[in-house]
Design a binder for this molecule. Structure first.
Ligand code: CS2
Length: 479
């Protein structure tokens, strides 16, 4: 039996199901991947219990895989919360699905006055920003969107098209809340949208800049990709085949700048933290949690671990990463009111040890060129400014480079810069220098810094084989 609205009534008593009936669309979301379905949609599902206006239209611009599966299940899917006592709930927050090639429907949906919020989880690279975090006008999708403003390919292009349609119809703009792990995601997407709109119509760009609110967000929930064992557990617990099921840890956090116009969904009512210091939360989360995650991924893969929990069970590696976070990352993370940074580190390490979560290091290792600047290199910059040591912070960066060197070919590297990275790693003279040439990854001040170059060269040598890496992890504890 396939999960569907008709199947809901027959679900076993232990499986929670939506507490609401029919819902309308009030939110459009780009990128209905596992993270969004396990995180935002869960918050919205609870909101819908007392306000049915805020169903989500899920938009997939590239692949129809998820939207097709959701459509076949009336938008329903199961969320499994995994800890000592796992529980299953069916999420019913999806009110519509829009797949690739449905541009006319998407434009109509974006122009609908009932839609008050547009959100996105399209990964760091999905916003088409360049190394300096402004819109990359050389990106093929942006080149395309300038030539075809009414049939765009990028999220930024669709935001411009949707806002243009609302302006033409005399409808107020929607609010925009990007939910990817980028510092100042709201501000950067706002600048990108205004920049692209300006190519089309200066009046439109000014209207967006003046009227449209972009909220920065910090999102957090550890969400391993769905796998066969999840689908099997869901089938046993619910009695239904569910091809869109997702899993996450119980913990979930969503912090948002309190800037959206009134009249939108009451997110605070379902636990979204509204604050005027998202930047502080975001910096702490990116550098501490995501910085530690990427470090465990690149170092752990070299040491033969395959999951975060396995990397944390590697005592030497876990001690190194914890030490790096406390001694090298924390001093560069400004205090945030309401956040005890040291306790936060302890909580994060505890979450990483959750034995019920099998989070593959290979999943976290994806798109290193897009993630490392915010996760580790910003900490390197802060350490340079304060004159603190760099060796620990740059070891995982060297491990990332080493992992690229060890890949069987560029096709095996999951990164938009795969070819370039591969060439750098195989430079016969000086691979580290070739990596440092990459302005999309390393900011100029680091590329030209002798201390950074030296520490990265040392790290590169230390990752040549497991024996040397082991010695480096041990000796760097006494730095
Ligand atoms: C992870 C994140 O895949 C990754 O790169 O570091 O997705 C991480 O699990 C989330 O940001 C946790 O909120």
């Amino acid at each position: 039996l396939k999960l569907s609205r008709a199947a809901l009534a027959g679900l076993p008593a232990g499986v929670a199901r939506p507490g609401h009936g029919a819902i309308a669309t009030g939110i459009v979301h780009f990128g209905p991947g596992a993270f969004h379905r396990a995180h935002q949609a869960d918050f919205i599902d609870r909101l819908l219990d007392h306000d049915p206006r805020w169903g989500i239209a899920e938009v997939s611009l590239r692949s129809g895989a998820v939207t097709n599966e959701l459509a076949a299940q009336d938008g329903l899917y199961t969320l499994e919360l995994r800890d000592a006592a796992p529980d299953m709930r069916v999420i019913g927050a999806v009110s519509a699905v829009i797949g690739p090639g449905e541009g006319a429907r998407l434009l109509a949906q974006l122009a609908d006055p009932a839609v008050r919020l547009v959100t996105a989880t399209v990964t760091e690279k999905g916003y088409c920003l360049s190394g300096d975090a402004t819109l990359d006008f050389d990106h093929p999708d942006i080149v395309h969107d300038r030539a075809h403003p009414d049939a765009p390919r990028s999220v930024v292009g669709w935001l411009v098209a949707g806002l243009a349609a609302r302006r033409a119809a005399g409808v107020a703009p929607f609010g925009v809340a990007p939910c990817d792990n980028l510092p100042d995601n709201g501000g950067r997407v706002a600048a990108a949208v205004v920049a692209l709109a300006r190519c089309r119509d200066a009046g439109l760009a000014d209207w967006i800049a003046g009227e449209c609110r972009f909220a920065a967000t910090m999102v957090d929930a550890i969400t391993p990709a769905a796998d066969a064992s999840l689908l099997a557990r869901v089938a046993v617990a619910t009695g239904c085949i569910d091809r869109a099921a997702v899993q996450r840890e119980r913990f979930a956090q969503w912090v948002m700048a309190d800037v959206l116009s009134p009249g939108g969904p009451d997110l605070a009512g379902v636990g979204v933290v509204m604050t005027d210091d998202v930047a502080g939360f975001e910096r702490a989360k990116l550098r501490i949690l995501n910085g530690a995650h990427s470090s465990l991924a690149y170092l752990g893969l070299l040491r033969g671990a395959d999951s975060v929990a396995a990397a944390m069970a590697d005592a030497r590696l876990a001690a190194f990463v914890e030490r790096m976070v406390i001694d090298d990352v924390l001093p560069g993370v400004a205090p945030v009111p309401g956040l005890d940074r040291l306790a936060y580190v302890g909580d994060v390490m505890q979450r990483f040890r959750n034995p019920a979560i099998h989070h593959r290091l290979a999943q976290i290792a994806i798109d290193g060129s897009q993630k490392l600047p915010y996760r580790l290199l910003d900490s390197v910059r802060a350490a340079r400014t304060d004159g603190r040591p760099l060796a620990r912070l740059l070891l995982p960066v060297a491990a990332w480079m080493r992992g690229i060197a060890q890949a069987p070919g560029p096709g095996a590297i999951d990164d938009p810069l795969a070819e370039t990275l591969w060439r750098a790693a195989h430079d016969p003279r000086d691979p580290v220098a070739r990596f440092l040439d990459l302005s999309a990854v390393f900011p100029a001040e680091l590329r030209e810094d002798g201390h950074v170059q030296a520490a990265l060269q040392t790290g590169w040598l230390a990752t040549t084989d497991t024996g040397r890496l082991d010695m480096a992890l041990a000796s760097l504890m006494t730095l």
